[in-house]
Design a protein around this ligand. Structure first.
Ligand code: TYD
Length: 133
């Protein structure tokens, strides 16, 4: 599956911690968009889509949440529970996010501007596309 867990380097000193994230360095693409999900209500599941071209890196900069990921051959669950743990997603992957902690701030770095045409929101369509690969 084109999903990879990456650990960012924590630069810590007596004052606390800092993580630096640079395009084409820790993140293997030019970052064109940043968004963050927070104040997620209890029991909520989000996502329910795949992307055609978009590459993304997801980081729980605060709190935790889980991802359910599916490609043509595999289903995986990933826990993001530390600000130095990040999930790189490329290619056709169906994603659902759930189990958001109350304090969760899920930061996403994206390779492209927002484009609804890059979304596959219909699960049957996603299955058709992955079966065709
Ligand atoms: P949605 O795709 O439902 O979020 P997710 O699947 O990640 O839980 O997005 C919610 C709304 O926000 C929807 O109307 C589209 C809009 N949106 C933007 O305008 N820009 C963005 O970069 C994103 C990710 C969403």
């Amino acid at each position: 599956m084109n999903a990879e867990l990456i650990e960012f380097k924590v630069i810590g000193d007596a004052r606390g911690s800092l993580i630096a994230v640079e395009a084409m360095q820790q993140v293997p693409f030019d970052i064109k968009r940043v968004y963050y999900i927070f104040d997620t209500q209890e029991g909520v599941r989000r996502g329910f889509h795949a992307h055609i071209e978009l590459q993304q890196v997801a980081i729980c900069v605060r709190g935790s949440c889980r991802f359910k990921l599916e490609d043509g051959s595999e289903v995986r669950e990933v826990l993001l529970d530390a600000p130095n743990k990040c999930l790189l997603l490329k290619g056709l992957i169906w994603r659902e996010m759930f189990d958001f902690s109350d304090d969760c701030v899920l930061l996403v770095l994206a390779s492209e501007h927002y484009d609804e045409a890059d979304y596959i929101r219909d699960y049957d369509r996603f299955k058709e596309l992955t079966n065709a690969v």
